[in-house]
Design a protein around this ligand. Structure first.
Ligand SMILES: Nc1ncnc2c1ncn2[C@@H]1O[C@H](COP(=O)(O)OP(=O)(O)O)[C@@H](O)[C@H]1O
Length: 206
């Protein structure tokens, strides 16, 4: 189902995010929104939903770890052991909750794309894949190695893009010493099989 947002509503969300996020995070946010909209054009997804999901994906990012835990506990959002050990991961779950409850985006697909944008998950929807990938490749990102190649891969084949980014993220977090959420490893495994043709029904991105 389409969401048909009014341009005033999109402007309102954008202005609110500008206040809630640091300038760097806001720039990244706009990059993800535009990249997600481009990927939606490329892969036949709803452009407006991709833009809104990109806009809101980090809406809970600029909150202290203590506050993230508190807000999750207050609102009945379950916290896993790896999230207690690495509360920064909670911005994705909490962001999905904020999108629904504070920004009034009553759309399961958008909120789920926000929910899984950091770790990914096996068998993602097309919109979830687009936000997972757009977060990594948007034009303001410049620290990850091999980004030009990864950007090409993502626009060529969405599943291969997800696999490549999950693999790069795993390498990065293995060296960071932070508590690891196993969902990214599950995502990598699933999409390795998908690109090698061992899982049926995921080739909607060719
Ligand atoms: N499975 C995971 N376990 C632990 N940390 C992870 C995992 N996946 C991603 N991260 C880390 O979470 C951080 C935030 O990632 P992400 O949400 O994708 O970007 P951002 O919110 O900055 O746009 C990154 O440092 C990334 O390495």
């Amino acid at each position: 189902m389409e969401i048909n947002m009014r341009s005033e509503d999109i402007e309102y969300i954008t202005e609110k995010l500008k206040k809630k996020l640091t300038p760097g995070r806001f720039t990244h946010t706009m990059g993800v929104a535009y990249t997600a909209a481009c990927m939606a054009m490329r892969f036949g997804e709803d452009m407006e939903k991709a833009y809104i999901a990109g806009l809101l994906h980090d809406c809970a990012k600029c909150i202290s770890d203590e506050e993230k835990i508190k807000k999750c506990e207050q609102n009945g959002i379950e916290i896993s052991p790896s999230e207690y050990a690495n509360p920064s991961l909670l911005h994705a779950k909490l962001g999905a909750w904020y999108a629904w409850n504070k920004y009034d985006i009553h759309d399961e697909q958008i909120c789920s794309a926000i929910r899984y944008h950091t770790t990914g998950r096996p068998a993602m929807t097309k919109l979830e894949k687009i936000i997972f990938v757009a977060d990594y490749i948007e034009p303001n990102r410049n620290k990850a190695p091999d980004l030009d190649r990864i950007r090409n891969v993502c626009f060529e084949n969405l599943d291969m893009g997800v696999m490549t980014i999950a693999e790069a993220t795993l390498k990065y977090i293995e060296n960071s010493g932070e508590a690891i959420d196993n969902m990214t490893a599950d995502t990598f495994e699933y999409y390795s099989k998908a690109v090698n043709g061992n899982i049926a029904g995921t080739a909607d991105q060719q």
